[in-house]
Ligand binder design. Structure first.
Ligand code: COA
Length: 172
């Protein structure tokens, strides 16, 4: 099996609005298990996001410009279809707490139904990130709190730029 085969590719999907240290932690853990990780950024025109899909992808590319190199792509529609198209056999999801479990199990089983070849792998982020979410980061930043320990520095910089351009934008 060569390194370009889909069996060696794992897809890590999410909204990443914005990516946090918890996501980065999961990606780094995944990169120890798979030679190729594809971060799949959900493009959902119905969901209001702070960062456009291009901005979210650019931020992730910047974070991973040094090893472990990872691939970044936008996707819309069903994750099961996207993974099939890319030939990926595994999806990585992070489990932060028991509260994530029910939703994640539902999604994993639905994806299994839609694409029986697809396996979902659950990984635990470092305990210090189990309370993190993208919405909380935006809220803390908008209310003047420090997000330095929670997100890569490029994300903090982009949040500052958004806030300077339009303070209301962070209420998403
Ligand atoms: N560290 C920090 N935060 C994390 C995290 C981690 N390791 N893992 C998840 N989160 C946070 C996210 O920041 C996000 O926070 P928010 O709600 O405040 O924005 C929240 O947990 C959930 O995000 P995520 O796990 O990325 O899920 P999502 O809802 O953004 O994306 C998809 C879920 C994209 C995987 C799913 O909607 C999907 O597959 N959509 C495609 C359509 C489809 O196939 N539907 C059928 C699925 S069965």
């Amino acid at each position: 099996m060569g390194a370009t085969d889909g069996e060696e590719l794992a897809v890590y999907p999410g909204s990443f609005d914005p990516i946090t240290n918890g996501h980065v932690d999961i990606i780094r853990r995944g990169a120890k298990l798979f030679p190729r990780i594809l971060v799949a950024v959900l493009e959902n025109p119905k969901k209001a996001t702070l960062f456009s899909v291009e901005e979210r992808m650019e931020i992730i590319r910047e974070i991973f410009k040094d090893p472990p190199r990872i691939e970044v792509e936008a996707f819309h529609g069903l994750l099961a279809d996207f993974t099939k198209l890319r030939g990926a056999r595994a999806v990585i999801r992070g489990l932060r707490a028991v509260s994530d479990f029910e939703y994640e199990m539902q999604m994993a089983l639905m994806n299994q139904q839609l694409n029986p070849e697809l396996e979902t792998l659950f990984m635990m982020p470092s305990a210090r990130y189990t309370f993190l979410s993208s919405s909380l980061v935006k809220e803390v930043f908008a209310l003047g709190g420090s997000v330095r320990e929670l997100v890569p520095s490029i994300v903090e910089q982009k949040l500052r730029e958004k806030f300077a351009a339009d303070p209301e934008s962070l209420s998403i």
